[in-house]
Design a protein. Structure first.
Length: 679
């Protein structure tokens, strides 16, 4: 009998996960030649970055970038360390000095950074280790600080790495110590300066490095002052002493100020909602625990305007602009408290309420102190600690129940306002489903869009504004029937220099395209455009002009037909308010102001106010000067067909990926720019 033909043996590796047939097929495939040294990739190509060099090589990994926001994050890191000393009960004041050379000094009267030798780093003081080593400090457990903000971010060592010069003085045990650094490296050892009396604590002076942030990048005193003031509101036990050099002081950054608010968040909120109609008195309170862990403070005001609310939250005095679990706890507590009250008074209409209805139109401040908080993202703008939701909910819910029960008249008014908002939400949803749906799907709109009520696009307008503050004023000033408002956050992506992936992933532009509904480029559909006019409405200053330029670049590159068909406009908001007696007029720029003063009010004493932005204008002022069709001025954006190619070249040159083209343009037009500078 013939033997069956022997089959070749096949061995299947444990990690291969292959069937016996697969290796036979693989065996027939050509094998790659083994790599050789000539391939150009050897051990010598592997870099090992030591100390703080990774921070300087990739600052975006540690502070989110090198823009203005990242630059001011350096100040946040330094003042947060001082705040930790205050919150822990070791410091009573913090001094912040903005100097004319661009540096900032932060001083506290806390315990002072330890200066004794570090046991793991022979020959180095603890101060030098903290300043030159990533992930070093006294906040990794709860022995030194019950709660702290120092672990929210990247630490003072990163500030040191990104500073041209940083100096630290420590007053401890009646002796003064000093050490200086440059770009993360010590300029010498820690030196004992000498005895010092009636002083203790830490003093840090730093100057951001223009090699990292660019020539001319400066910390803005007004922004520093606002950040320092917010810290004083967040912890009523601290006094912040502000000082600013006379050369750089302004109305928003005075030369001297003492920031101390015994009322905490309620003081802050009262100032913010002053003059506005409230549906109920401010609901404020705190739930404090020994040591600080699990402590919560809040202040909430419900306004009569459905669109003009905000929530600003903090964890261990650190801003969390993206919200997080502590905000979730607040929303749940308020919704459950109001629904429980509605059940007690037999208000069955309250069943339709959601957390959005309760928070719509609410101006809310929330501050929580949590042990070892967890954040999302490197710049830590969203709290992720699950326990925070439970802590905030329990603290606020009990207080809210008592607040509602103590004043039934006020509670009933608040309940009625929230129920009406819920009913209005459901009614608007139904109207949109009927009027704006297509044959195959219902239209989704961005959450921040305040849409107009009319169904057709004819005569309707979309105002694109910068930020929630300007958006709030515009929403109150608009004609709700025909005018919609879409707030954008900051400066949008420059589409002329961004990749297609970045454009696709950008939420700001996605919201804008969703609101327009017409598609882009080859997919543009005039019939699907939801608004007759698209109006870019930005502040009447340089930043506003930059944002308008970015938006026009977006429309020129992605929706040229929208421009060609005459739908894109620029609003012309005023920069100045001029009052003489009972008469008030508005000027769009300096030249217009001078013209009005010379021709209309010659020889008369005029009160001149300068608007810092659209958000500062009262809704009535914004409506009468910029939004009301009968009174406003609009500039239509267009491209002449004969100049289309030149326009395209200009956009590519000034907004594209080649910085040398922009530099050449600046050189060629330097004399013209000099004429515009008011010296």
């Amino acid at each position: 009998m013939a033997k069956p033909e022997a089959k070749p043996e096949v061995t299947v590796g444990f990690l291969d996960g292959l069937t016996p047939e697969q290796p036979r097929r693989r065996a027939a495939e050509p094998r790659l030649a083994p790599a050789t040294p000539e391939a150009g990739y050897t051990a010598a190509d592997i870099e090992v970055l030591e100390g703080l060099e990774p921070v300087r090589r990739r600052p975006g990994m540690y502070i989110g970038g090198t823009d203005e926001k990242a630059l001011h994050h350096l100040f946040a890191e330094v003042i947060d360390n001082a705040m930790d000393e205050a919150v822990a009960g070791h410091a009573t004041f913090i001094a912040v000095d903005a100097l004319a050379d661009g540096s900032v000094v932060v001083t506290d009267n806390g315990r002072g950074v330890p200066i004794d030798p570090h046991p793991k780093f022979p020959g180095k003081s603890a101060l030098e280790v903290i300043m030159t080593t990533l992930h070093s400090g006294g906040k990794f457990d709860s022995k030194v600080y019950e709660t702290s903000g120092g672990l929210h971010g990247v630490g003072v060592s990163v500030v040191n790495a990104l500073s041209e010069r940083l100096e630290v003085e420590v007053a401890r045990n009646q002796k003064l110590y000093r050490q200086a650094f440059s770009r993360g490296h010590p300029l010498g050892p820690l030196e004992e300066v000498g005895p010092v009396h009636n002083r203790r604590g830490t003093k840090v002076r730093f100057l951001p490095d223009d090699q990292i942030f660019g020539a001319g990048a400066r910390l803005k005193p007004a922004r520093l002052f606002a950040m320092a003031r917010s810290k004083a509101y967040l912890f009523s036990g601290v006094e912040i002493r502000w000082s600013c050099a006379a050369e750089i002081a302004s109305e928003d950054a005075p030369e001297r100020a003492t920031l101390h608010f015994p009322g905490g968040l309620k003081d802050y909120l009262s100032a913010n909602v002053s003059g506005r109609e409230l549906a109920a008195e401010i609901f404020a309170g705190s739930h404090k625990k020994a040591g600080g862990h699990g402590s919560v403070e809040w202040a909430i005001a419900w306004t009569d305007d459905n669109d003009d609310g905000f929530t600003r939250s903090y964890c261990n005095t650190i801003p969390t602009p993206e919200g997080g679990t502590h905000e979730q706890g607040l929303r749940v507590a308020l919704l459950r408290g109001l629904k429980d009250y509605a059940e007690r008074v037999s208000n069955k209409r309250a069943a339709i309420m959601t957390g959005d209805d309760v928070m719509s139109g609410a101006a809310a401040m929330l501050s929580a102190f949590i042990r070892e908080p967890e954040f999302q993202g490197q710049t830590k703008e969203r709290l992720a600690t699950a326990e925070a939701s439970r802590i905030v909910e329990q603290a606020v819910k009990d207080a809210f129940d008592h607040w509602l029960a103590a004043s039934p008249q006020q509670a009933n008014k608040l309940l009625e306002v929230v129920v009406l908002r819920a009913e209005d939400r459901l009614r608007r949803r139904a109207e949109k489903d009927v009027a704006r749906k297509t044959a195959t799907r219902k239209l989704r709109l961005p959450g921040k869009l305040a849409d107009c009520s009319q169904a057709g696009s004819k005569g309707s307008e979309l105002f694109i504004v910068e930020g929630d503050s300007a958006g709030g004023s515009a929403k109150q000033a608009r004609d709700r029937a025909t005018q919609a408002v879409l707030p954008l956050r900051g400066k949008i992506l420059n589409v002329a220099s961004a990749s297609g992936d970045k454009l696709a992933q950008n939420q700001q532009l996605a919201d804008l395209m969703l609101a327009l509904g017409c598609g882009t480029r080859a997919r543009y559909s005039e019939a699907d455009l939801r608004y007759d006019r698209v109006i870019v409405m930005t502040d009447a200053d340089v930043d506003g002009a930059h944002i308008a330029s970015l938006l026009m670049t977006f429309f020129f590159r992605e929706l040229p037909e929208l421009i060609r068909n005459g739908h894109l406009f620029l609003a012309v908001p005023p920069l100045y308010r001029i009052t003489v007696g009972a008469e008030t007029v508005y000027a769009r720029d300096d030249a217009h102001k001078d013209e009005l003063l010379a021709k209309k009010f010659k020889g008369k004493k005029a009160d001149i106010g300068r608007f810092k932005g659209l958000g500062e204008m009262m809704p009535a002022q914004l409506r009468d000067t910029t939004m009301a069709p009968a009174k406003r001025t609009l500039l239509r954006v267009g491209v002449l067909e004969a100049e289309a190619e030149g326009t395209r070249d200009a956009v590519d040159r000034l907004m594209g990926v080649k910085p040398e083209a922009r530099f050449r343009f600046i050189q060629e037009n330097a004399a013209f720019a000099g004429d515009l500078i008011d010296v």
